[in-house]
Every structure is written in C-alpha cells, then in structure tokens.
Design a protein around this ligand. Structure first.
Ligand SMILES: [Zn+2]
Length: 115
C-alpha cells in the first residue's frame, strides 16, 4: 500500500517535470508567433481607431492643425488626419476642411463637439 502511494507520487512528479519542460520549450518556440500576433493586433487597433463614435471632436482629430481631415464619404464618422482607407468599406478617405467634415457629420445625425 505504502509502496503504491510512493509509486503514484513518483509518476505524478515525472508527469509534472515533463509538462513543465514542454511548456517551457513550447513558450520559446512560440515567441515569434506571439510578436506577430501583437503586431497584427496593433495594426487593427490603429485602423479601427479612425472609426469615431460618440461626440466627434474635429479640432482634436486635426492633429497637424492644417484645418483639414480625411473623411470617408460613406461612413462619415471614419475620420483620420492622414490619407488612408476606411477599415469598414475600404474606400479612400477624402480630404475635407473641418467645416465640411462637421457639416457632413451633422447632416448625417452624428454629434460634433462645438469648438
Ligand atoms: Zn467606409
């Protein structure tokens, strides 16, 4: 009986060591994959971050203060200070003045912060 328990404990210990080794080696091999995933996630975040929600602050979106932003003519709340494509419909963003962007938003029932 006592012998049996010891045997069980020994087996459990061996399994533990194997699991830890596998986890460690697996982690090392995974390193590149993880970095790649993180980069992908970051890209997605940047793309999606130009989809504006709630009260839209155009003054804040015009980061280089040239009085213009890039706005999607389909999804008016997709606004960026840099040329690019809409992450939703893949259309090229159109450069518009802050006034035009604001009008477009208001005409389409979006809320714009009054600066
Ligand atoms: Zn769009």
């Amino acid at each position: 009986m006592k012998n049996g328990v010891n045997n069980y404990q020994h087996k459990a210990y061996v399994v533990c060591v194997i699991l830890v080794t596998v986890a460690f080696v697996g982690c090392g091999n995974d390193q590149k994959g993880h970095d790649y995933d993180d980069m992908n996630k970051q890209d997605t975040t940047i793309e999606e971050s130009i989809v504006r929600t709630g009260e839209i602050d155009l003054q804040m979106l015009d980061m280089n203060k040239d009085g213009k932003v890039y706005q999607d003519p389909m999804d008016w709340n997709v606004i960026s200070d840099e040329a690019g494509k809409c992450p939703l419909c893949k259309m090229e963003l159109k450069e518009v003045t802050l006034e035009v962007a604001k009008e477009n938003l208001i005409n389409n029932d979006f809320t714009v912060k009054d600066n």
